[in-house]
Design a binder for this molecule. Structure first.
Ligand code: NDP
Length: 245
């Protein structure tokens, strides 16, 4: 095998931008082999090609966490081409901030289906692979999973839900699979680009312009957490810009 010492197979959902893309770069630098999943096939293909050119092993796996069939196909590809997943980073997510309203039924549904059900679907289809030899389940939650705010109710609900689900999963899967919850504050990514409620979008952009860390700052913490010795679990990590209230 040409696998570098310590290299494991990591599946990252939402690897086409932001925290997922930065995590792919950090884990590749640590010698892990990668499966890069997102809906934008061109983006994950370009990233896989770049990482491969740099000497890493990376495959692009176009997929949608809200579509179980594409996730099942992804799990089959990872098993067939990389021998199964050791690390699953549930990172795919949307933050479509707005006051709770009938105007937002589509956004409400999309956030629950992506942030919460999507993480559950990805975990369900990869669970046997993670269990087979000591895995890491990394769930990208948020400060919004610990602190509720007017105008963020549904996003809060998805991240709160992710935290509760993660703690129960930690108990169910221990000691073989470590469950690691990452809770970033403001991070400069494409996250706010997709907000449809204008006032919420402007308020978010203003807040992010004042105080935000980089996706790489978060990726380094994820890479550190999964690199701990098997008996050590960093179960919950909150990481904010130092100036964030
Ligand atoms: P980005 O918008 O840059 O990245 C989001 C990623 O999720 C993209 O790669 C997108 O890819 C992917 N994605 C969205 N929907 C789906 C789907 N249905 N199936 C597969 N992939 C999907 O934002 P971030 O990097 O900031 O967000 C990553 C995670 O970090 C999210 O869970 C977010 O809630 C969380 N987070 C972010 C913070 C921040 O301040 N930025 C703070 C705290 C948490 P594509 O569109 O190609 O499918």
């Amino acid at each position: 095998s040409t696998e570098p010492a310590g290299g494991r197979v990591a599946v990252i959902t939402g690897a086409s931008s932001g925290i997922g893309e930065a995590t792919a770069r950090a884990l590749a630098a640590d010698g892990h082999r990668l499966a890069l999943l997102a809906r934008r096939a061109d983006r994950v293909a370009a990233l896989a090609q770049e990482l491969t050119a740099g000497g890493a092993t990376a495959i692009a796996v176009p997929g949608d966490v809200t579509d179980r069939d594409t996730m099942l196909a992804a799990a089959e590809r990872v098993a067939g081409e990389l021998g199964g997943a050791d690390i699953l980073v549930n990172n795919a997510g949307q933050m479509l901030l707005a006051p709770f309203s009938s105007d937002q039924v589509e956004e409400t549904r999309r956030m629950v289906e992506t942030n919460l059900l999507g993480a559950m679907t990805a975990t369900e289809v990869f669970l046997d692979q993670l269990r087979d030899g000591g895995g890491d389940l990394v769930n990208i939650s948020s400060v919004a999973g610990r602190r509720a705010r007017a105008g963020a109710s549904v996003y809060n609900a998805t991240k709160w839900g992710l935290n509760g689900w993660s703690e129960a999963m930690r108990q169910e899967l221990q000691p073989g699979v470590r469950v690691i919850v990452i809770e970033p504050g403001a991070v400069r990514t494409e996250l706010t680009d997709h907000i449809t409620h204008t006032a919420s979008k402007e308020a978010s952009e203003k807040m992010y312009a004042e105080n935000a860390i980089s996706a790489q700052d978060v990726a380094e913490v994820i890479a550190f957490a999964v690199s701990r010795p098997p008996g050590v679990s960093l179960n919950e990590i909150l990481i904010r810009p130092s100036g964030q209230v």
